[in-house]
Design a protein around this ligand. Structure first.
Ligand code: ADP
Length: 481
């Protein structure tokens, strides 16, 4: 592994925060990976001030200048040796398997590239006038300083997606990474420095869990910050949303999901099993678009369950994500592990049956892949986001019934279904109350398309041509002639 940066990156300098240090733990081994600087409110304020000063000049750079620097960051991320080093660091602090970590570094790079290209197409409009004495144009302008709070489950992917959009728009950034995964964020800052991002344009301020609320409060309350972009749990997103009311910021919230995965009788079962595996086991089930509830038509239920259990046995191997052949790493921390175990326990008491459990291995954070059937829609496991490698299967009879069940949730991020019936595909895709639908496809997220949910799953879109809107203001210029 390459040498690690453990200090904060503020105004182009590597500095020790004033709150001491906090440990980063490898979830596969329990070993301490590093002690990382713990930023206080004062440190974060210094970063906000720096980003605010840097904004004055960064906003004036041309899109060509910005995109050149962004493509340099992309190139650095994709240099093979570095990409491997970053992936190893990511696996070490977060636990996901190395090839997924390697993929995630590429995913981050794809946003730098996409937004570097998109920035050159931030067109305004000329607008037809209602009076002969006027002329109208609109222009898109950078919104200002953007605060970013990122999660541990895609600790560099989400940074690429947010920082990429912000830089392209002409915004400067103050980024607070998740306390479980600050090292990859600091490694990203190092690449920004190397690529020639000017001081103050990207600032990274890690802090411990104990300090996160006070740091979050500074980010919400600061009048110097115009945008807050958050990816994480719904509860924290709701708190940030209300806290930002005083300063009326632009808010982008990517919150929890509760994705349904529906298997209709016409589904191609081979394709469905592959899709069902993909929709659950990436990152050991720890993604907000992970399928949370599997609804399977009664006519194919038993066949589906048998084949799914066989596939799990064949494909999944639990272990340290740095070891070859391992497909399932540990869960991120004790809280997530306990939550997963508790949900399975509650599910069984509410009548669910465990039909498959993968081989356990020693270590407090490894959770064996588990398949449950006989889950009813009101079982706690069908009402909560599992965020772990547990499948819960619910039987259904009709399309109408299953669409209603799928939508009977306060979240709406992603939803998946498998069907070969063309009119059903249109009906169900349109009826699902989610931001993203996968039809016969479990992987819906790339830099080209919008990512975001409805209901309590959030606000705004990331990625795609719409992703820049979060970081720009549309200004009208009216000419009297
Ligand atoms: P999880 O429970 O999966 O860790 P969180 O929503 O708590 O999800 O974490 C996502 C991000 O939000 C992390 O960077 C975390 O530090 C941050 N966070 C948690 N609580 C707050 C808060 N009160 N204010 C600001 N950020 C917070």
């Amino acid at each position: 592994m390459a040498p690690m940066e453990t200090r904060a990156y503020i105004n182009g300098k590597w500095v020790a925060g004033q709150g001491g240090q906090f440990p980063v733990i490898n979830p596969a081994t329990g070993e301490q990976v590093a002690m990382v600087t713990d930023c206080t409110q004062k440190d974060v304020q210094t970063a906000i001030d720096a980003a605010s000063v840097a904004f004055k000049s960064w906003k004036k750079t041309t899109v060509k200048e910005r995109s050149t620097i962004m493509l340099k960051i992309r190139d650095l991320l994709l240099q093979d040796k570095r990409r491997h080093e970053l992936a190893t660091l990511l696996t070490t602090e977060m636990g996901k398997v190395k090839n997924e970590a390697f993929g995630e570094v590429g995913f981050a790079a794809s946003f730098l590239e996409w937004f570097a290209e998109e920035s050159r197409r931030q067109y305004g409009e000329t607008v037809p006038v209602p009076a002969a004495s006027k002329r109208f144009i609109t222009v898109k302008q950078p919104a200002g300083v953007a605060a970013m709070i990122t999660p541990w489950n895609f600790p560099i992917g989400m940074i690429g997606r947010k920082v990429g959009a912000a830089l392209a728009a002409g915004c400067t950034c103050v980024l607070k990474p998740a306390e479980d995964t600050p090292l990859i964020a600091l490694a990203f800052a190092k690449l920004c420095e190397e690529a020639g991002v000017p001081p103050g344009v990207v600032n990274v301020v890690p802090c411990s869990r104990e300090r996160v609320q006070e740091v979050g409060a500074v980010l919400c309350d600061s009048p110097k910050i115009q945008v807050l972009s958050f990816t994480g749990s719904t509860a924290v997103g709701q708190w940030l949303y209300s806290r930002c009311g005083n300063t009326v910021k632009k808010l982008s919230l990517e919150l929890g999901g509760d994705a349904p995965f529906i298997v209709f009788p016409s589904a191609d079962l081979n394709k469905t099993i592959t899709g069902a595996m993909g929709a659950k086991f990436r990152n050991s089930g720890q993604t907000c678009v992970t399928a949370n509830r599997y609804f399977v038509h009664e006519s194919i239920h038993d066949d589906f369950v048998n084949r799914f259990a066989n596939q799990m046995e064949k494909e999944l191997k639990l272990g340290n994500g740095l070891e070859p052949g391992v497909t399932q790493g540990p869960l991120i921390n004790q809280k997530q592990h306990a939550r997963c175990a508790e949900l399975v326990k509650e599910a069984v008491s509410a009548g669910a049956k465990i039909v498959y459990v993968g081989k356990s291995i020693p270590g407090p954070l490894f959770y064996p892949p588990t398949l449950l059937t006989g889950v009813t829609p009101d079982n706690p496991i069908a009402r909560n986001e599992i965020f772990g490698p547990v499948i819960s299967v619910i039987k259904f009879k009709t399309e109408e019934e299953v669409v209603e069940l799928a939508n009977d949730t306060d979240r709406g991020l992603a939803g998946y279904f498998y069907s070969e019936d063309n009119s059903q595909i249109w009906r169900v895709a349109e009826a699902m109350e989610v931001g993203m639908v996968g039809v016969n496809e479990p992987f819906v997220s790339t830099c080209e398309v919008p990512f975001g949910g409805v209901k309590l799953s959030g606000l705004g879109k990331e990625g795609s041509l719409h992703g820049l809107d979060e970081y720009t203001h549309l200004k009208l210029i009216c000419f009297g002639i």
